[in-house]
Design a binder for this molecule. Sequence first.
Ligand SMILES: [Zn+2]
Length: 331
Amino acid sequence: MGTQYHEGGERMYRIGIDLGGTNIAAGLVDDGMRILDTVSVKTNAPRPVEDLLEDIVELVSRLTERNGLTPDYIASVGVGVPCTANPDNGHLEDADNLGYADTPFLTLLQAKLPVPVYFENDANAAAWGEYLTGGYDGDSFLMVTIGTGIGGGIILGGKLWHGINGAAAEFGHMTLSLDGVPCNCGRRGCFEALASATALIRQAREAMSANPESLLWQLCGGDTGRIEAKTVFDGAAAGDPTALGLLDRYTTFLAEGIANLINIFQPAVVCIGGGVSRAGDALLLPLRKKTGRRIYSRNSRRNTHICLAKLDNNAGILGAALLGAGKRSVT
Ligand SMILES: [Zn+2]
């Protein structure tokens, strides 16, 4: 879509939009891949797509104008969407959370903006942002995002891999246990049913009911509704045996899933993002050790580097902004 535009020297800014179920956040990004300014509005889904697109156009105008820019300064606008972004026809698919079944989102938005427009599934966009800005070696990169569920992105040959329908990289729905707990995808024992933050919280509640002496009870003030993934890490840091046991089992589930991914892709980098990655070395160190023992290539001289994501809350905006950029075209 960018062929009719020239990337002149003045087009040194990009705008990234993180279209979420709750908020639409937009950021102005410079050619050093820094976010200079952000604005946001409520998503207010469900509502007609034309209304939502008008809000996106308004966010772009606001960002441009209040930074003293005109559209001539903007190289591209990218949108990360919470659903499948079909790269062939520019449609949003499976956008139940926005109330859209199959919508020609990209064509409609492009008609409203005088700059090239790109879109991408939000997990893919975040993976792209991390890959471009994180200073990683190699051109193969997997991002595994661990939060409410487990999602991710696949970069092969320096490009995002979409699959034939834009729905690739659903790492969370890889089966780890045929007889495991039910997953909301309809199968059992999926990676995300065992190793997401939601899964860890469920496992913590189960372990607490069997261990009334656990420190976890104190850490949540006696209310299991207040348990977060962080509570388990805090309990383990304090030496609570129940929390240590939970964390040991949890990092084993994670290592099993990540070893499966490494066996398939043998990427240069597996990057762990999402809320759970904030646990830092308490997560990373056991994960590296356990994954290293499980991968088929464990005796190879060269193996995948496992690390934690460097971008945090800004990954969505930055990744979306950089959808129009390649690794080499941005300095
Ligand atoms: Zn599943």
